[in-house]
Ligand binder design. Structure first.
Ligand code: PEP
Length: 255
C-alpha cells in the first residue's frame, strides 16, 4: 500500500449546525490555522450555509461541500437539492450515505448509489459513507457488510468516475459517541474497502482512492488513526465545529 498514490483528505461534517453568520465567523477563524496544509481540507456544511461558506473560504485552501444531494436533476421533490444545484453554486464535494441519513431519513444502499452516481455525473466528488452498527460488529459481519455497502454504492460507476469517489469508513457506534475505533480496527476495515475496490476496478485504481476514517476523530486521536497505511484522512463531525481542534487534525494528516 502506498500513501503517496492518493491524497489525504480531512473533511468536516457540520451536520445541522451554524447559521450563515456563524459559518463566516468559523471559517475566518479556520483559514489561518489550516493555511499551507499538506492535505486537502473540506468543509461540508448545511445547504443554507453554502453561500456564506464559499464567500468566507475564497482565496484559501478550504474547499466547500454539501451534506447530501438528490439523484434527479430537478422536479417535484420538496425539500431536496440536486447535485446540479450544488455545482452551480461552486460546491466541489458532497457526502452521500451518512449513517444519520440512513438511520433517520430512510436512505438505503440503493438510494445511496443513486445519490452517488448523480453527484459524480454532476462533477462533484462524493464522500460515500459506509460502516457497521455495534450489533453488526458483535455479530462478526463488519467486513462482509462494509464490502457489500461499497459494492452497492458504486454500482454503475466506471473506473474513470472512481477518481471522484472518496470512501469514508464510519462505524455507526463511533459517530458522535466519543467512542473511537482503535487505529487497528480502522486500518482493518479500510483495507477491506481497498481490497473491495481492487476487486471491482483493479489494484492500481484502488490504490488511488482516498479512504477516510470517521467516528469521534479528534485532536488527541487523529495522529494515530491517520498514520495507518490505509487511512487517508478523516470525516470529522463534532471536532470540525472548533477551529483549533480541526486544525490539529488537519496538521496530523499533513505529515
Ligand atoms: C460524522 O458526522 O461523520 C462524524 C464522524 O461525527 P463525529 O466526528 O462527531 O463522531
Amino acid at each position: 500500500m502506498n500513501k503517496a498514490l492518493r491524497k489525504a483528505v480531512i473533511a468536516g461534517n457540520w451536520k445541522m449546525n451554524k447559521t450563515p453568520a456563524e459559518t463566516a465567523e468559523l471559517i475566518a477563524a479556520m483559514k489561518p490555522l489550516v493555511a499551507g496544509a499538506g492535505c486537502e481540507v473540506v468543509l461540508c456544511v448545511p445547504f443554507v450555509d453554502i453561500a456564506a461558506a464559499l464567500e468566507a473560504a475564497k482565496g484559501s485552501n478550504i474547499h466547500i461541500g454539501a451534506e447530501n444531494c438528490h439523484w434527479e436533476h430537478a422536479g417535484a421533490f420538496t425539500g431536496e437539492i440536486s447535485a446540479d444545484m450544488l455545482t452551480a453554486m461552486g460546491v466541489e464535494y458532497v457526502i452521500t450515505g451518512h449513517s444519520e441519513r440512513r438511520t433517520y431519513f430512510g436512505d438505503t444502499d440503493v438510494t445511496v448509489n443513486k445519490r452517488t452516481r448523480a453527484a459524480v455525473e454532476a462533477g462533484l466528488t462524493a464522500i460515500v459513507c459506509v460502516g457497521e452498527t455495534l450489533e453488526q460488529r458483535e455479530q462478526g459481519i463488519t467486513n462482509e457488510l462494509v464490502a457489500l455497502q461499497v459494492k452497492i454504492a458504486l454500482g454503475g460507476l466506471s473506473k474513470e468516475q472512481l477518481k471522484k469517489i472518496i470512501i469514508a469508513y464510519e462505524p455507526v457506534w463511533a459517530i458522535g459517541t466519543g467512542r473511537t475505533a482503535t487505529a487497528e480496527q480502522a486500518q482493518e476495515v479500510c483495507t477491506v474497502i481497498r481490497d473491495t475496490l481492487a476487486a471491482l476496478y483493479g489494484r492500481q485504481a484502488a490504490d488511488g482512492v482516498t479512504v477516510q476514517y470517521g467516528g469521534s476523530m479528534n485532536a488527541k486521536n487523529a495522529d494515530e488513526l491517520v498514520a495507518k497505511p490505509d487511512v487517508d484522512g478523516g470525516l470529522i463531525g463534532g471536532a470540525s465545529l472548533k477551529a483549533e481542534d480541526f486544525s490539529v487534525i488537519v496538521r496530523a494528516a499533513s505529515k
